[in-house]
Design a protein around this ligand. Structure first.
Ligand code: FA5
Length: 340
């Protein structure tokens, strides 16, 4: 039996040497040490041995078992190490290789222009305030002195949500919110989205952006309004830029005006882009805050006066970058946007 154990040991060690997979190692363990394995079979036959031989063979069998177990453990460690190295080599990172280029995005030209306008007004002492896009009819029309029968109130011009709630048609309701919540002196600007049932053409979009400005204090005059707009336009477009104030009507300002600037392409000489007029498209509306609007907000028009203006941000972006079609600003065509 001792001879049998010796042969088994040598076979086991030889097979261990030739094992190079973890699964094969498990098979080998079952073959020699498992419940029905060769060593177990030998041990079962020990009953037929004499009482002198039994402990000796038992000891040898035990030594063979420990030897095979240790051998298995060693080979297992070796195989594990090898497979780890294979994995590590496969995952090797060459930091000298050129990386994948990540394309950097940038702000939409409209957002850039909006921030530029805000920065100019901040440098002139204005504060930035925010207003909601969903407004009350009262703030959007009534408090702004808009008569009941004003055409802009018609559902064919304005997006109503209910009879009393709408998508603001301009940023002017921010004037009302500001004057109701704060006492003069006031000097604010507020930029954001506005909505109108306008047909789309080269200069009109049903969703566009405005920047509202409001100044209320004692002794504010039209001269302050004109100077502020002129300074702002020169800061934005350069000192050679001229402004043209055309008398206009707004229910919430009196007197009121619309403002154009020199055509940036010909600088006022007249060209194809400006239909020979020398002037850009209309960029903003403005005027002296109507006394009724001040009264509606609890401000005494005998003590205070103010001016307000509303700039078309999209149109300013168009003039600044020479864009002749407002649709380009909203189509998200990367060939267009990548130019900015
Ligand atoms: C107003 O919206 C007034 N609230 C402006 C104002 C504010 C006047 C404070 C007096 C005091 P108007 O409807 O003209 O005015 O619009 C102002 C500017 O918004 C226009 O000059 C134009 O630049 C721009 N605008 C108007 N409608 C559109 C449109 N559909 N698409 C793009 N821009 C537009």
């Amino acid at each position: 039996m001792r001879e049998l154990l010796k042969i088994m040991k040598e076979r086991a060690l030889l097979e261990l040497e030739n094992t190079n997979k973890l699964e094969e190692l498990e098979q080998l363990r079952i073959k020699f040490l498992g419940k029905k394995g060769e060593l177990t079979q030998v041990l079962r036959g020990m009953g037929s041995l004499s009482s002198e031989e039994r402990p000796i063979v038992g000891q040898v069998a035990n030594e063979v078992r420990v030897l095979i177990e240790n051998g298995i453990e060693k080979v297992k460690e070796k195989l594990k190490e090898e497979s780890k190295n294979i994995k590590l080599n496969a995952e090797i990172l060459d930091i000298s290789m050129p990386g994948t280029q990540i394309e950097k995005g940038h702000r939409h030209p409209l957002i850039g222009v909006m921030e530029e306008l805000e920065n100019i007004f901040m440098s002139m002492g204005f504060s930035i305030v925010q207003g909601p896009e969903v407004e009350t009819v009262y703030n959007n029309f009534d408090a702004l002195n808009s008569p009941e029968n004003h055409p802009s109130r018609d559902p064919s011009d304005t997006f109503y949500i209910t009879d009393d709630i709408l998508l603001r048609t301009h940023t002017s309701p921010v004037q009302i919110r500001t004057m109701k919540e704060n006492k003069p002196p006031l000097r604010i600007v507020s930029a954001g989205r506005t909505f109108r049932f306008d047909d789309v053409d080269d200069t009109h979009s049903p969703m566009f952006h405005q920047l509202e400005g409001l100044v209320v204090d004692k002794n504010i005059t039209m001269a302050n309004l004109k100077h502020t707009i002129d300074m702002f336009i020169r800061e934005l477009f350069g000192s050679q830029m001229k402004t043209r104030f055309r008398p206009h009507y707004f229910p919430f300002t009196e007197p009121s005006a619309e403002v154009d600037v020199s055509c940036l392409k010909c600088m006022g000489k007249g060209c194809e882009a400006c239909n020979g007029t020398g002037w850009s498209m209309e960029l903003l509306g403005c005027g002296m805050v109507h006394p009724n609007v001040l009264r509606n907000c609890g401000i005494d028009p005998e003590i205070y006066s103010g001016f307000a203006f509303g700039l078309g941000v999209d149109r300013i972006a168009m003039v600044k970058y020479g864009i002749n079609n407002i649709r380009l600003l909203f189509e998200n065509d990367m060939r267009f946007l990548n130019q900015f």
